[in-house]
Design a protein around this ligand. Structure first.
Ligand code: ATP
Length: 301
């Protein structure tokens, strides 16, 4: 009998997930494949963010009890700063993002936002405080306006228009005969990768979160479009705290601080210049990526 109810449970879960405005996370974390593992503590208060600092305090975590992925990770992201997380494949970068969103709880240690342990506040308030900008965005088969307004319940047409301008897609939309009412997706207007991403950025701007999490997992953008988008993201990041999970170092070289994660440990941290001088793992990754982009005929930065 339980077999019979499983699909219904799944539907309920998918529905609740969408209601909570988590669609961007579903893209990033393949939430549908993940059991929801954590629950709010009874009577948990809402997270109150005045100065959006992030702290990982000696965080130990593994998906399976017999395999530790993060081995007592500690770092600080001061309010208003731009911090990037880099490191070899499998180092635990995306895991850090998932823990910040509290898809899982650490086995030990704490994660704090503005001094509050995220395990003690409501998940709704936690997730309202963080906006994700995935580079590979999925849009609904609906209007551009709907896709942007989705960022926050109760967003007004003025909010949507302002967000579209902030994401530098306002002029593009204004030139469409139906403007924000233009249908996009399979049966509507096909947007380019860069345009889709700008719609996703606008959606995040409507949400107006104090903390931004950028994930550049699978960027399919050409270099020119990517540079344009990066410029927009820098504007969007102003007055917010941002954490970028990066694979290509050229996109995060100007971060205030770069955290180099290796096998679930903080291996190095500092600015790009600091880390090059250190001639360690980061410098090695930088040299390798520069050589690869030269091979591809791109201008090495
Ligand atoms: P990449 O640069 O390749 O995306 P990453 O640094 O983001 O890697 P994570 O995705 O955080 O690495 O994964 C860290 C480790 O945790 C990897 O060994 C991975 O196999 C493991 N892992 C990731 N997700 C799960 C999961 N849902 N269940 C079990 N193990 C997982």
């Amino acid at each position: 009998l339980t077999q019979l109810f499983r699909p219904l449970d799944m539907l309920g879960m998918v529905y609740r997930t969408i209601r909570q405005g988590l669609i961007d996370m579903a893209e990033m974390f393949r939430l549908i494949d993940t059991d929801v593992e954590v629950a709010d503590k009874p009577g948990a208060p809402a997270l109150v963010v005045r100065r959006p600092s992030l702290t990982f305090d000696n965080v130990v975590f593994g998906y399976d009890p017999d395999r530790t992925i993060l081995h007592g990770l500690s770092f600080e992201v001061p309010a208003g700063s731009r911090v990037a997380i880099v490191g070899p494949s499998g180092a635990g970068k995306s895991t850090i993002g998932r823990l910040l969103f509290r898809f899982y709880d650490p086995l030990s240690g704490r994660i704090l936002i503005d001094g509050q342990d995220i395990a003690t506040v409501t998940q709704a308030s936690l997730r309202a405080a963080i906006g994700i900008v995935p580079q590979d965005s999925v849009l609904f088969n609906d209007t551009i306006g709907y896709n942007i307004a989705y960022g926050r319940e109760g967003a007004t047409p003025d909010d949507v228009a302002a967000a579209a301008r902030g994401a530098a897609i306002g002029d593009f939309i204004a030139r469409l005969p139906q403007g924000l009412n233009t249908e996009v997706g399979e049966r509507g207007l096909k947007l380019s990768g860069g345009e889709k991403q700008r719609v996703a950025i606008a959606r995040t701007l409507v949400k107006n979160p104090p903390i931004l999490l950028f994930d550049e997992a699978t960027s399919a953008l050409d270099t020119r479009t990517e540079q344009d988008i990066l410029g927009t993201l820098r504007d969007v990041a102003t007055n917010r705290t941002t954490l970028s999970i990066a694979h290509r170092l050229s996109t995060i070289a100007d971060s205030d601080t770069i955290l180099v994660i290796d096998q679930g440990r903080l291996a190095e941290q500092g600015s790009h210049a600091d880390l090059l001088r250190r001639a360690g793992l980061y410098a090695e990754m930088w040299a390798r990526q520069a050589a690869e982009s030269e091979e591809l005929g791109e201008a090495a930065e």
